[in-house]
Design a binder for this molecule. Sequence first.
Ligand SMILES: Cc1cc2nc3c(=O)[nH]c(=O)nc-3n(C[C@H](O)[C@H](O)[C@H](O)COP(=O)(O)O)c2cc1C
Length: 150
Amino acid sequence: MILFEILYVSRCRHRFDDASLTELLRIARRNNHAHDITGLLLYDGRGTFIQVLEGPQQAVEPLYERISGDNRHDHVHVLSRQSIKRRSFPEWQMGFYLMTSELIRKVDGFSDFLFSDTNQNIDNQEQAFALRMLDYFRLKARREQEDSSC
Ligand SMILES: Cc1cc2nc3c(=O)[nH]c(=O)nc-3n(C[C@H](O)[C@H](O)[C@H](O)COP(=O)(O)O)c2cc1C
């Protein structure tokens, strides 16, 4: 079995309210549990999603295809797609965090990436930002695991 990870960013077409996010996560976690998928979903509260999907390649690829065709978001852009040795979020059927400006400052020093509509070089910035976010949550998940095992 090949363990696989896909990281993408997307833009939601309409702002998600609490109820629609809760419903999205309920379905996602139920399906992911059934297919041995784990991962992380980040939402900035207005327009941007960052998601990591990890699990068996034969489950991750079709799930990504389904998600990328979901008309609740568009501009779905894969930042990385690779086999991995181990999961970053083994405990999270689909972890979810709101990227508040406070969190962004904590992770990123100061980033206006999400709040600017006129960025040149958007792809590079987007990728760098998503990767920093991901690193932050990988570390957080690892710490939580270590804490719960002692
Ligand atoms: C940003 C975003 C992230 C999603 N993440 C997942 C996910 O991790 N797992 C999942 O099964 N569906 C996810 N979905 C929902 C799927 O696109 C699709 O609606 C759902 O899998 C259909 O499930 P159902 O056939 O059981 O109704 C996501 C949708 C969006 C817009």
